[in-house]
Write a protein that binds this ligand. Sequence first.
Ligand code: GLU
Ligand code: MG
Length: 467
Amino acid sequence: MTTLADPVPGGRPGDVERATALGAELSGRGVHGIVLSYVDTAGIGRVKAIPAAKLASAAAWGVGMSPVFDTFLANDAIVTTDVLGSPDGDLRLYPDLDQLVVLAGQPGWAWAPVDRITQEGERHPGCGRTVLRRIVSRSAERHGLTFKAAVEIEWAVGRGDAPGGGFVPAVSGPAYGATRQVELSDCLADLLAALAAQGVDVDQVHPEYAAGQFEISVAAADPVAAADRSVLVRQTIRAVSQRHGLKVSFSPAVLAQGVGNGGHLHLSAWRDGANLHSGGARRHGMTAEAESFAAGILARLPALTAVTAPSPASYLRLRPSQWAGVFTAWGRETREAALRVVTGTAGVRDQAANLEVKPVDLAANPYLALACLIAAGLDGLGSALSLPEEISGDPARLAPARATARGVRRLPASLQEAVAQFRTDDVLRDALGPVLADAVLAVREGELAAVAGLDDEQVAAAYRWVY
Ligand code: GLU
Ligand code: MG
């Protein structure tokens, strides 16, 4: 479980002693540097690094980094809000010692996610990890609910020697093909070894649909740990692949046409150790609370996409009939519905049942995406919402009248539409808080301005290697 307490200047009780011992142990294991990692509003992973010997000092006093990164764009241009984007000020990055791991794919390095607080020791309102942690702890206090989450990771493997920033698939076999698994055999074996050494519980890895595409899924964890893990897994995939001369892209649309990279989110709500998505009297074993939670997410999906699909490139992926889930529809095990009710197999449903949200990609900041999904679900729970009629098959084929009758609508087809939905969504804005909500709007508008006049190919190229 992730520690739910915020960092404090001087360190929380025991932190400095623990970091001192850990720093010495890391040095003894040949670790020279520790990557301190977080994800900005645009979904870009940003880092600082410290020598292993400085871990105790980082646990006590943090490591400096400017708050300006909260309004960085994916291309490193900077936008501003009323409070963010100024060159002034400094924040302290505090490594979460519980999540620190030695990086098996990067010899000499360890990695830890960070929380960011102000120099005065107050929470930084732009810290997405803190926002998610608060939502999780408030849900436990106010509603007696805990959550499990997992982020599926899809990525494209390209040749490292491809000219001019282009993408040349490093493997040629068919989708889900045995050929492709053999072609990437050594790299995938190294990846599994590295993740196992890092304590990441991998469920499965397979060749996916698009050219050069693979997917990995990992076991569910508490939401903060799940978000941390998705960042760590991507860092590991990139590092291991690079050692094999390969280049990886987690961009929603590595190419402008065809199937993209998703980052489907799995989420389940639990009370007193019982999974609310199983053993209930509602459809597919959902409890009334789980149905309302799911309905809350479904109702807010159009606004959620501004957070879960935050890049102009996200909308090259979010097209009908590509398993990305672009309609406000739900169904059991339906791969074209934005919300898939996963029941699991008879015998393990009490553990396995969950919701899968599909219009999510890996340009999303996973902390913000999970925070907003939980907030949307809790709002549905508070209003005792019910799910509409479920769908089966591809909603793109529903006759317009039937689609309207079932409330099946196309999700935003552009970042612009998503931003318009988010702007007026008080539940999501409140979940993030005003500072972060304004940063989301400013950054999305900045991304839109950055791609003004570009065609689809140019948009795909602009974001191909940044995520
Ligand atoms: N690649 C698809 C997407 O963009 C998902 C394929 C799958 O269902 O695994 O979301
Ligand atoms: Mg997949």
